[in-house]
Design a binder for this molecule. Sequence first.
Ligand SMILES: Cc1ncc(COP(=O)(O)O)c(C=O)c1O
Length: 426
Amino acid sequence: MAMSGASSHSLLLKNPNLNLFNNYITTTTHLNAFPLNRPNKPISVTCSTASQIRDRPSAASQSQDRVFNFAAGPATLPEIVLKKAESEVYNWRGSGMSVMEMSHRGKEFLSIIQKAESDLRTLLQIPSDYAVLFLQGGATTQFAAIPLNLCTPDDPVDFIVTGSWGDKAFKEATKYCKPSVIWSGKSDKYTKIPSFDDLQQNPHAKYLHICANETIHGVEFKNYPIPNNKESLLIADMSSNFCSKPVDVSKFGLIYAGAQKNVGPSGVTIVIIRKDLIGNAQEITPVMLDYKIHAENNSLYNTPPCYGIYMCGLVFEDLLAQGGLVEVEKKNMKKAQILYDTIDQSNGFYRCPVEKSVRSLMNVPFTLEKSELEAEFIKEAAKEKMVQLKGHRSVGGMRASIYNAMPLAGVEKLVAFMKEFQARHG
Ligand SMILES: Cc1ncc(COP(=O)(O)O)c(C=O)c1O
């Protein structure tokens, strides 16, 4: 049900914790997305009608005590979500307690997890024959859970390895099935995605595993390979580009993602799996890794990461309020473009090693021609309140992670700094 714009706005104005809403909210869309003190009521979420790409709060309205955090994960969260959580942390919607204090089996938390699932289903248009699981253990646990649930120890599976995370997933799978790397970008320092036509897939492979976006190397699949036999499944680690753009879930047997980059805090792992694949786990599978147990219990077999799921739910509401993933992708493309343009137009002062057609919209690695200036770059940027720009320890250089929650203003500030730094040192 929709709240009237006038009454909800006056509520917001009366709440000193929600100043940001006053700065940010320009349409009733956002008011409806976060109704105050209305537990368990259906929430009307209408899509943004603005076709123009709108940014989050401008740099001017960004809270003065916050930095632009370019970390790869845990990563920046939308200010509007943090403020909403802040306003509810002590007493969630009149329940008299914090979400952190609730029974995971009580009606309040059930409404939270159900709403989170239903909003995620809307965002990604998840078909009804897919289950959504909210799990723990990080994406790393899924490296084992997937072969344990989908394979016998002798089943072959194929891996396309486009970076360190795909490599880790492959190595873990060797304990539970018979995986092969059918393509690796290692010799090119993980800067490429293969042409799908050239892949030599095993005709008996149970599944084909990809990492949709390699967080460390900044390489992203722009479209997806199709397993070459009808029975085989496409499986994707989407940890670092989850909900950053629309995805046709029906093309995948399973999608998994740690929440802590695009959709929430660490501690929640989301698995989206075609229901008919559930129920064949190897006997040695620990109960906590068995998808059947979690699916039958609606992710409540044991105590789930309740607060993390609540936070993911707030992020999903916010993504819907922004107009859904089509709009979110437009913003992400714009942010990435201005950053890559700055790198490419710097006459080699900055370089991005990744092949242009597969550059990530989420993680932008770059180096300085004069590598001795990199430490200074990172230090000076931090002084300007732009932090966590150091590249992963395995590759060095710099990396700007510009997930959904990074405002355009943050990227604009970074490119202005990059140009100014080049002018001084170029
Ligand atoms: C693409 C990708 N996969 C898997 C992982 C591991 O995730 P977790 O730390 O949640 O186990 C990460 C972490 O950064 C990642 O970026």
